[in-house]
Design a protein around this ligand. Structure first.
Ligand code: DGL
Length: 287
């Protein structure tokens, strides 16, 4: 922390509403800190976009948080974690506002844990096209759990159905059943399924009903919250840079009324958001 660095909230980012399922658990586990949540709803979904686009959008979001003083940003989005986190950490962070700032994603904490939960050593991953095609989950799980086989299924319709609040109807059921069946057809011995998109916890009940009771369906929220708590314990030099007022400000790049209405479904509490735009100024980099 440089002498003129002030403490500021933890930044939480998602392409839209999905990160609220993670933030809900973080806020419950670590209620004393201040948070800044940003949903890039105007440009969501990210899951069908190219590597370059997700990288650019995520870098713009990280820049938005750093500009507001946040020392720590959580990418509460698998697609951004899969396609942008490593590049930003390696190539951009060292020359952005303060090289001691940190960005954390949602993939590593999840992959560290998942192997301890499977008995059959067959794990299923349900995710966006972007996350599946990045192969981040098989690669990361292999590092921690070489004996575990990973089977992935992209579910390209799920985020649009959720973002448009259409996930409770029969049309949604068709796509949910289709993708879950396709995953289980790849390997019927799968006993643990990871919801590797932060939007999907809203579909958890529906997914569980389509599976044998013995199959565990994991959401990431609690895993990420616990991992963040441990990170802050291990890093007092970061912990002291976070403001502790128990307050949250929500921002969206799209309509605030929609964000407040739909966001409360994900967050489980009322939300009053403010509008912002991305990019909010020139980035520090040329692409
Ligand atoms: N919620 C995000 C994820 O975890 C992305 C959804 C999207 O924008 O496609 O992957």
């Amino acid at each position: 922390m440089t002498n003129d660095t002030k403490a500021a909230p933890i930044g939480i980012f998602d392409s839209g509403y999905g990160g609220l399922t993670v933030f809900k658990e973080i806020a419950a586990r670590l209620p004393g800190y201040d948070y800044l949540y940003l949903g890039d709803n105007a440009r969501s979904p990210y899951g069908t976009r190219s590597f370059e686009t997700v990288y650019l959008y995520t870098l713009q979001a990280v820049n938005w948080f750093f500009k507001r003083g946040c020392p720590l940003v959580i990418l509460a989005c698998n697609t951004a974690s899969a396609k942008a986190l490593r590049s930003i950490q390696q190539h951009d962070l060292p020359t952005m506002y303060d090289p001691t700032n940190r960005i954390l994603g949602v993939i590593r904490p999840t992959t560290e844990l998942v192997g301890s939960l499977t008995s059959s050593n067959k794990v299923g991953v349900l995710a966006t096209n972007g996350t599946v095609s990045s192969n981040s989950y098989p690669i990361e799980i292999q590092k921690f759990w070489p004996e575990v086989e990973v089977y992935q299924q992209a579910c390209p319709m799920w985020v649009p159905l959720i973002e448009n609040n259409e996930f409770e109807n029969e049309g949604a059921d068709f796509f949910i059943s289709k993708n879950v069946a396709a995953l289980m057809a790849q390997q019927p011995a799968i006993d643990t399924i990871l919801l590797a998109c932060t939007h999907y916890p809203l579909l958890k009940n529906k997914i569980e009903k389509l599976l044998p009771a013995a199959v565990k369906v994991l959401s990431q929220g609690e895993i990420i919250a616990e991992s963040l708590a441990k990170y802050l314990q291990r890093h007092p030099e970061m912990e002291c840079r976070i403001t502790k007022g128990g307050k949250t400000s929500f921002y969206t790049t799209d309509n605030t009324t929609s964000f407040d209405e739909k966001g409360s479904l994900f967050f489980g509490k009322e939300i009053a958001s403010r509008h912002t735009k991305l990019p909010d100024d020139e980035l520090l980099h040329n692409f």
